[in-house]
Design a protein around this ligand. Structure first.
Ligand SMILES: Nc1ncnc2c1ncn2[C@@H]1O[C@H](COP(=O)(O)OP(=O)(O)OP(=O)(O)O)[C@@H](O)[C@H]1O
Ligand SMILES: [Mg+2]
Length: 415
């Protein structure tokens, strides 16, 4: 039985984020320090099991690995975790665009009318739940580009929105699985949205930027403009595919391929690669280590990285026609983005300025690199809520919190 010195009443001061990635699960606990600052006080990690590219494939394995990550975070922080904001990627979600229309019955747009529009929209979709409802533009009669139509007079209202959906069955499975781990879901976030919150500056999100998260089984692209996630695209290739190519090409076990990728790999060749020989464990065992030229390894990696970049370019160009500003600047993150030369290769193929995300705006984050962008972003997800997003989430996650405990307490005293 676990024992904690921290009284559970105080747990509102703490905030927990869980990232269910295809290579690892992360559970980070943070404490609100000052008004807006979070300090990481516990970070648990466990190998990913039971989830493949966002598909839940083995709930038992998923549960035991989530428990392992949570337990480690609790042990380090000495705080009992009851609630968490969860993020994941891949097939768990899909996103699309909709145009919602309604007559303005009372002559003025009210919250009641927006709720009516929203409820009618949700009831049309039986199998999917709208997780992120992001209005891109409202129109009242012939006035367009309206950010918030409440209080405006007119006859007809139109809303053009970006919606991220989650399958009801998968969502319920996840909620039940977390319940068995004694965790209540306090928020759910598309992994790319989360990575964008952690890696992009608020100026980048406002002016337009694309976050590219190169994960283990997929590479996601999240498009931000005017502070909102205006689109997302997924390429079903990631770091694991590079590792498998190395294992096949160099005829070496997958574990060794993963190791030499991290130690000697690069996305682009350099002049002396052919002179450097690297040790290669033979496939099927055996005592004698073989040797391979580093240039051979890099050729394999480069071919797969170029394929990923070309697929991204196709999706980026699709997006460019609808939201040109959202695609201008590229910020690279995710484990696979750490390959030397990846930034240059992505910039070359996508023909846009690229920077690699380096640090997270969190105190005492355990490591400062791409793999933890999604979990880091969970600590900022409340900040992005607008009234419409809040109404979408409250129907999905009844106990979701729109502000930290301290913020709410402050607001109470200010009243
Ligand atoms: N230093 C490194 N150099 C090259 N590749 C790396 C490095 N570190 C991690 N990777 C690769 O990054 C991938 C894991 O990235 P990440 O942790 O972002 O994925 P994930 O979040 O678990 O998966 P996903 O986002 O696809 O669900 C693995 O394929 C791993 O081999
Ligand atoms: Mg990830």
């Amino acid at each position: 039985m676990k024992k904690f010195s921290m009284p559970s009443l105080l747990t509102g001061r703490f905030i927990t984020g869980i990232d269910l990635g295809s290579s690892k699960f992360c559970c980070w606990t943070g404490a609100w320090e000052k008004e807006e600052e979070v300090k990481i006080i516990g970070a648990g990690h466990a190998a990913s099991k039971g989830i493949e590219g966002g598909n839940l494939v083995d709930v038992g394995a998923l549960e035991s690995q989530i428990t392992a990550a949570i337990y480690e975070a609790e042990r380090q922080s000495n705080v009992q975790i009851h609630q968490a904001v969860v993020t994941l990627n891949g097939h768990f979600f899909y996103s699309d665009y909709h145009v919602l229309k309604s007559p303005i019955y009372e002559g003025v747009v009210t919250q009641k009318l927006l709720d009516h529009l929203w409820n009618r929209f949700v009831s049309r979709h039986q199998d999917y739940l709208p997780l992120h409802f992001i209005p891109l533009e409202f129109c009242v009669d012939d006035q367009d580009r309206i950010k918030d139509p409440r209080g405006m007079s007119g006859i007809n209202l139109m809303c053009y929105c970006h919606v991220v959906w989650v399958h009801k069955g998968r969502f319920n499975t996840l909620v039940e699985c977390l319940k068995r781990c004694q965790i209540q879901l306090s928020g759910l976030l598309l992994g790319l949205y989360s990575s964008g919150l952690a890696c992009l500056t608020s100026d980048e999100r406002e002016l337009g930027a694309t976050v590219i998260d190169m994960g283990a089984q997929s590479t996601g692209m999240g498009f931000f403009f005017q502070g909102r996630l205006v689109g997302s695209k997924l390429v079903k290739l990631g770091g694991n595919h590079i590792t498998q190519d190395i294992a096949r090409g160099c005829e070496t076990p997958i574990q060794h391929a993963e190791r030499i990728k991290v130690l000697y790999g690069a996305a682009l060749p350099t002049l002396n690669d052919h002179k450097e020989m690297i040790p290669m464990a033979p496939l099927g065992g055996g005592d004698t280590m073989g040797q391979t030229a580093r240039s051979f390894l890099i050729n394999i990696i480069q071919a797969r990285c170029e394929e990923i970049c070309r697929m991204m370019k196709t999706k980026l160009d699709e997006m460019y026609s609808a939201h040109p500003f959202a695609c201008q600047r590229i910020v690279l993150t995710g484990g696979a983005s750490q390959l030397p030369g990846m930034r240059e290769l992505v910039a070359q193929v996508l023909e846009r300025p690229v920077r690699v995300a380096k640090s997270y705006p969190l105190k005492q984050a355990p490591r400062v690199c791409g793999e933890f962008s999604a979990v880091s972003g969970t600590f900022f997800y409340q900040e992005t809520f607008n009234d419409f997003q809040c109404s979408a989430l409250s129907s999905l996650i009844p106990n979701h919190r729109s502000k930290s405990f301290w913020n709410r307490l402050n607001a109470l005293f200010k009243k």
